[in-house]
Design a protein around this ligand. Structure first.
Ligand SMILES: C[S@@+](CC[C@H](N)C(=O)[O-])C[C@H]1O[C@@H](n2cnc3c(N)ncnc32)[C@H](O)[C@@H]1O
Length: 390
């Protein structure tokens, strides 16, 4: 914990990120002590949960002698490889395992105390217990993924965990809010009057709620003529239809099911082309990213914009803590790869996103704000937004 305290004490004033005054004031929350403390705590908590999982899988004796990935997974289900390939370098980056070549070693007493990190997070950024509950639930439920080959979807999206996901995707959650806030800042710039907006993967509607609130406060909400809320999951769509007119007042909603991996026709999407298509942490599940981007571009008016919010990796070679859940989920891991435009599944770097957007015909790509600059200022902060013109 001393390490976190030292890092927090080095922290200075919010930097100028080249945003307008309102946006600059809104992002200043990223440079506050509760925000940073929570991010550091989540990173360390995740690392300890991953180590506890490794021990739960019975890897301790082999790790004490030094073991390779192959030696650790050979008696587990084949799908274990994708997750173990992520776990081992993550634990070594987090200094919980020691790496020599392709061998991983556990030395000394394993650092597994979760309670001290929860207590620290509760003192610094109260009310974020459900984020840690979610990590505990993964640890509790995920062993059959390795031992019996059960699917991650089945284990991690069951009814006991669903309420924790609902608690996670909220604007009050400082771990999740930046995804929505940066995307909002990108979306509201240059929003034309009479705009038709479509959201992909709208989920529990936290982005729509933030947009309704911010748009009313700043006086741009009435520029939106239609807000088409879509998701692949019927449960989310039904919940949105039930709740959002009250929770996001003033947004002129229409609703529809949309799976980004299936071809969608404009005739099924209402009154013609869109001014803005927005998606937060959804485009990384595109199986064929180039194809999906091209299809989305075709749904935009000339000059219309795709606005994405994504978890961004500083570099593709190093795991980041917020990938942990998703490594168990096939829609995240089973996608078509391309050495230049989609070198790996899951989260990408800002540079790969730029290349992918350009290759599919988008132009005037902009990061909101400069994603690398923010990553350098906040080393545990892995989120960015981009806009791209059709
Ligand atoms: C990270 S969540 C975004 C949550 C949402 N922005 C919110 O704040 O509640 C991703 C969403 O994408 C949806 N999704 C997953 N696969 C999809 C697909 N193939 N097509 C469309 N949506 C998908 C999920 O159901 C989920 O609601």
């Amino acid at each position: 914990m001393k390490l976190i305290h030292d890092r927090l004490n080095q922290f200075g004033n919010p930097p100028d990120l080249g945003l307008d005054k309102r946006a600059q004031a809104q992002v200043s929350v990223f440079f506050t002590r509760p925000f940073l403390a929570l991010h550091y705590a989540t990173q360390i908590y995740t690392a300890r949960v991953v180590l506890a999982l490794a021990l739960e899988l019975g890897w301790e004796s082999r790790l004490r002698k030094g073991a390779t990935l192959e030696e650790l997974i050979h008696d587990f289900s084949p799908q274990s490889r994708t997750v173990a390939e992520w776990m081992l370098p993550f634990l070594s980056d987090e200094s919980l395992l020691h790496r020599e070549g392709d061998h991983y070693f556990l030395t000394g007493e394993p650092l597994l105390d979760l309670a001290e990190i929860r207590a620290f997070a509760e003192a610094e950024a109260p009310g974020h217990g459900p984020n840690f509950d979610l990590l505990d639930a993964v640890l509790r439920q995920v062993k059959p993924f390795f031992t019996e080959g059960k699917s991650g979807e089945q284990l991690l999206f069951d009814l006991t965990i669903f309420p924790l996901w609902l608690a996670f995707f909220r604007n009050e959650n400082l771990n999740y809010y930046p995804n929505n806030l940066l995307t909002l800042i990108a979306l509201r710039e240059g929003l034309p009057t009479g705009a038709r907006v479509m959201e992909l993967g709208g989920g529990v509607g936290s982005f729509a709620q933030l947009l309704a609130r911010d748009g009313a406060e700043a006086g741009y909400l009435d520029r939106i003529a239609e807000y088409r809320f879509t998701d692949i999951a019927p449960t989310f769509l039904r919940k949105a239809q039930r709740d959002l007119r009250d929770k996001a007042p003033g947004l002129p909603f229409t609703f529809g099911a949309l799976d980004i991996n299936k071809s969608f026709e404009i005739k099924n999407l209402g009154e013609g082309l869109f001014d803005v298509i927005v998606g937060i942490n959804v485009l990384h599940v595109a199986v064929d990213l180039q194809e999906v981007l091209r299809r989305l571009r075709a749904l935009l008016k000339p000059g219309g914009r795709l606005v994405i919010g994504e978890c961004m990796k500083p570099d593709l070679a190093h795991p980041i803590y917020n990938e942990f859940f998703f490594k168990f989920v096939k829609s995240f891991t089973e996608v078509d790869l391309d050495p230049e435009l989609r070198p790996c599944s899951g989260f990408l770097t800002p540079e790969v996103w730029e290349k992918a957007l350009l290759a599919s015909g988008f132009k005037n790509i902009r990061q909101v704000p400069d994603i690398r600059a923010v990553m350098q200022l906040c080393p545990t902060f892995y989120v960015g937004a981009m806009t791209a013109e059709a």
